[in-house]
Write a protein that binds this ligand. Structure first.
Ligand SMILES: [Zn+2]
Length: 853
């Protein structure tokens, strides 16, 4: 027993070793315009040209300028054709101005430069030996600090300028960039595109996308809306995926109180993209994995949300720009909340509430499993680390709470004020608070203090009882988290057969509070935080009668889900009956899905029978959850139910994939009763026959095989699909599957798996590295730690580095202190050895110097 155990926080720290405070640099002047004039050599993966930057100095007598410029070849720097002396170290370009600056006297500095085989910033995609079908494309990715890898600049979001890109590309390709297309000049072999962005924006939003695209034209008012997909896709697929864009532009223009600000909106779907999407000003890039086909569109709303998210950034991020990455939640939270807003507009309030719950849960998972941090922080290793579930999902939930606190009218007035006042400017969190205060008179600093400037969220335990003698409802609320929250929460009482609830808004601020509510009659159910607008977690300690009534009658889907969870915890036959009824009669699919999920946690045969009825649900998302739930019982009966789904098919890719993954799990669980050969055979047939959209089904089959740990055949098949000729999404699934099958594996197999992962870890593609890290993080072996550490040291990507470091910690914990101590000992021995060598060398030097003294 040690006092340190008591003191230790439950949550891991966000700050990794090496994290430090980050600030914007001093500003020598205002950058007014950036003009790139470039020529691409795609086979050589190189760019050559000039970057001309117009600067208006902020003061007199500046003699030097320092630009961000990583791994460029700088050939000349001139001002009005007069060469300027410069120094370049591969990271910063320092220019000694021949004439010192005169305040506000603008000048143009021209930098002639080249880029060869860049590691970041600009990406060259071409057919390879293994992927001869891969399209030829060039695209850029600036956020957060990668524009400096393709042009010299002051690379931070605090500088806004107009921009211009003139680019020479092979004649058969199209080049798309920010703003307006001024002209295209062609000769027999080349085309020169000239794009001009006349609204000011930061360097990280400058972009270029080049390829042989299918262009699909759409329109909103007088603004061109274009979708670009690879030629192998159809116009119908492009419209299926992005066709709601004009309606979304209409919606956000109206909601945000500011008409879409740019002359066009293009969405370009590119291969091997390293994010889901990137909101470059007026030219969003999207991963080509988001392009749907008819069947994928059945139960995929991710693409629609992605389109809404990136579009919302055209206001939050591009029009209103964050001054520093530490305030990135202003834009990411807003864009994440825009997904909720669009869902509400398109599918209704119930769907939107459920979507918001999904976002909250993503944040809760990161908070519980990874780390807890304030949303606003400027202490990190690399800014990209901030792009996490706190920034996006928790940020989105904060916007929703602002809407709750202010009410519909004042919230939108505040948003309008914020956007209008800060259009074409940079902002920090305080600017949002000020806009709210100006538009509504309300000071929301207390809410920001609790949810934005510090980590965590309230975790409430709620009890209820009825005092029939005095007609009093007693509600007890305790806050079980460390730091108390002080919020005004609506507590409502519902009565069967009455649509209207009786609501009291109560300040909840103490560790424990007992509240008494006089009511005319006994309520049927209690709704704590009615409509669930506050970001929080709850444990409901109500009796089954109130929970059942709530599940049936409370109109709020999130409350229904909380009741269902609490009912399942009771675990009784009566609980099963209540859940079964909801599974069969609840109109909203999200509640049915959640009910299926909790039914699966009840260890009763009746729960299994009830759940099995959900296999016939009309919604694919529910069917998928039912299958996963049935598989949890690990019985022959569930295998018998699930196997035919894969054999005979389902309209949804996801349902078939889940079935494939689950039967693998079941075959392993039942392997002492019967050999898993039949299942392995079925999964292998799936692999040969069910190639298709994003390889969803075949990836499910690989996940299924990965569960059959004891089978040599399963491992051999997975290894086969890690070959570089395998279609990329399937190969990534196979790499990740090596982690699943490698967990607690025999020594020779572990070695075989680690050998393969070590080879793959040398590949530079971002998604491959991520898959390798995910796999290694599951393998409890010091060999995995060694590969992870090597990857962490070598990767140029801050996200991969962080994931690898976190995986090392995870594996170390898994293999237990024994192995970690062994490793520490080895490291200590190594240090001792180094120390000894150093000492020997030092002594040798001293001995020599003594000779001369
Ligand atoms: Zn975003």
């Amino acid at each position: 027993m040690s006092i340190w155990d008591v003191e230790k926080s439950k949550h891991k720290s966000f700050e990794m070793p090496g994290a430090k405070p980050h600030y914007n640099p001093d500003r020598p002047g205002q950058v007014e315009h950036i003009c790139l004039n470039l020529s691409l050599d795609i086979p050589k993966q190189s760019v050559e040209g000039t970057c001309e930057i117009t600067i208006k100095p902020v003061r007199n007598d500046i003699h030097e300028l320092i630009f961000d410029a990583v791994n460029l070849q700088i050939t000349a720097v001139t001002i009005q054709e007069i060469a300027q002396r410069f120094e370049y170290d591969g990271e910063f370009l320092k220019v000694y101005l021949a004439e010192p600056t005169i305040k506000e006297e603008r000048f143009k500095i021209a930098i002639a430069y080249g880029v060869i085989q860049p590691q970041r910033g600009i990406y060259f995609i071409q057919p390879t030996e293994f992927y001869p079908q891969k399209p030829t494309q060039v695209w850029t990715q600036g956020e957060d600090e990668d524009s400096r890898f393709w042009f010299p600049c002051f690379d931070y979001p605090g500088q806004l300028a107009t921009s211009e890109i003139i680019v020479k590309v092979p004649a058969e390709l199209t080049a798309i960039s920010n703003g307006k297309l001024l002209n295209v000049i062609s000769d027999s072999d080349h085309k020169i595109y000239h794009w001009y962005q006349q609204e000011i924006h930061p360097t990280y939003l400058m972009t270029l996308a080049v390829g042989d695209f299918l262009e699909v034209k759409d329109q909103w008012q007088d603004i061109e809306v274009n979708y670009y997909v690879d030629k192998s896709r159809t116009e119908q697929e492009a419209r299926l995926s992005m066709g709601k864009t004009p309606r979304m532009i209409e919606f956000f223009s109206e909601k945000y109180g500011y008409r879409y600000a740019y002359p066009k909106y293009a969405q370009v779907c590119v291969a091997d993209f390293i994010f889901g999407g990137m909101e470059n000003t007026s030219t969003t890039l999207l991963t080509d994995r988001c392009v749907l086909d008819e069947r994928a569109a059945l139960d995929n709303r991710t693409t629609e949300s992605l389109v809404a998210h990136e579009l919302a950034h055209q206001w939050f991020g591009d029009l209103v720009v964050i001054k520093h990455w530490s305030h990135a939640w202003i834009k990411e939270g807003a864009a994440t909340y825009a997904e909720v807003l669009w869902t509400e507009h398109e599918y209704g309030a119930i769907e939107a509430a459920y979507y918001r719950l999904g976002e909250a849960r993503n944040y809760f998972a990161e908070d519980a499993e990874r780390y807890r941090r304030p949303i606003v922080t400027h202490v990190y290793r690399e800014a990209i680390e901030l792009y996490d579930r706190h920034l996006y999902e928790k940020g989105g939930c904060v916007y929703h709470m602002l809407r709750t606190e202010l009410g519909e009218e004042l919230f939108w007035q505040s948003i309008h004020a914020f956007v209008q006042q800060n259009a074409h400017k940079t902002v920090e969190t305080i600017d949002l608070l000020r806009a709210i205060e100006q538009a509504s008179g309300k000071n929301l600093m207390p809410l920001f203090d609790q949810y934005v400037f510090r980590g965590g969220h309230p975790e409430y335990k709620i009890g209820y009882s009825w005092d029939s003698e005095n007609n009093l409802a007693k509600v007890t609320v305790s806050q079980t988290q460390d730091q108390l929250f002080d919020l005004r929460i609506p507590i409502a009482f519902g009565f069967e057969g009455e649509a209207e609830l009786k609501t009291f808004t109560i300040r909840i601020f103490e560790k424990e509070q007992a509240l008494y509510f006089p009511l005319s009659q006994k309520p049927s159910y209690i709704s704590f935080d009615h409509e669930n607008n506050y970001l929080k977690q709850v444990t409901l300690e109500y009796s089954l009668a109130e929970l059942k009534a709530g599940l049936e009658f409370n109109p709020d889907p999130l409350a229904k889900i909380q009741y269902a969870e609490a009912i399942a915890k009771k675990g009784s036959l009566e609980a099963v009956k209540a859940l079964e009824k909801a599974l069969l009669s609840e109109p909203f699919w999200g509640v049915r899905l959640e009910v299926a999920e909790v039914l699966a946690s009840i260890k009763l045969d009746q729960a299994f029978t009830a759940l099995a009825q959900g296999l016939g649900d009309e919604d694919a998302r529910v069917r998928k959850t039912v299958i996963a739930g049935l598989a949890k019982t690990k019985t022959q009966a569930s295998l018998d139910l699930i196997k035919p789904i894969l054999k005979h098919g389902d309209p949804s890719y996801n349902v078939e994939a889940t079935a494939a993954s689950c039967i693998g799990d079941l075959a392993q669980a039942l392997s002492n009763q019967r050999p898993p050969d039949g299942v392995i055979q079925l999964l292998q047939t799936t692999l040969t026959e069910k190639a298709g959209w994003n390889e969803v089904i075949r990836s499910g089959a690989i996940a299924g095989l990965a569960k059959i740990k004891d089978s040599d055949q399963a491992l051999e098949t997975i290894l086969l699909y890690t070959a570089p000729t395998t279609p990329q999404p399937l190969r990534l699934a196979a790499i990740r599957a090596l982690g699943t099958i490698g967990k607690s594996q025999t020594k020779p197999k572990t070695e075989q798996i680690l050998n393969r992962l070590e080879v793959i870890a040398r590949e530079s593609f971002f998604l491959t590295q991520v898959s390798v890290v995910i796999a290694l993080g599951q393998i409890d072996s010091s060999g995995a730690i060694r590969i992870l550490q090597a990857l962490s040291n070598q990767t140029p990507d801050g996200r991969v580095k962080r994931m690898a470091d976190e995986a090392v910690t995870k594996v170390q914990a898994a293999i237990g202190s024994d192995a970690s101590i062994k490793q520490l000992r080895e490291e200590l021995e190594e240090l001792k050895k180094n120390n000894q060598e150093l000492k020997s060398r030092l002594e040798a030097i001293e001995a020599k110097s003594n000779l001369f003294s």
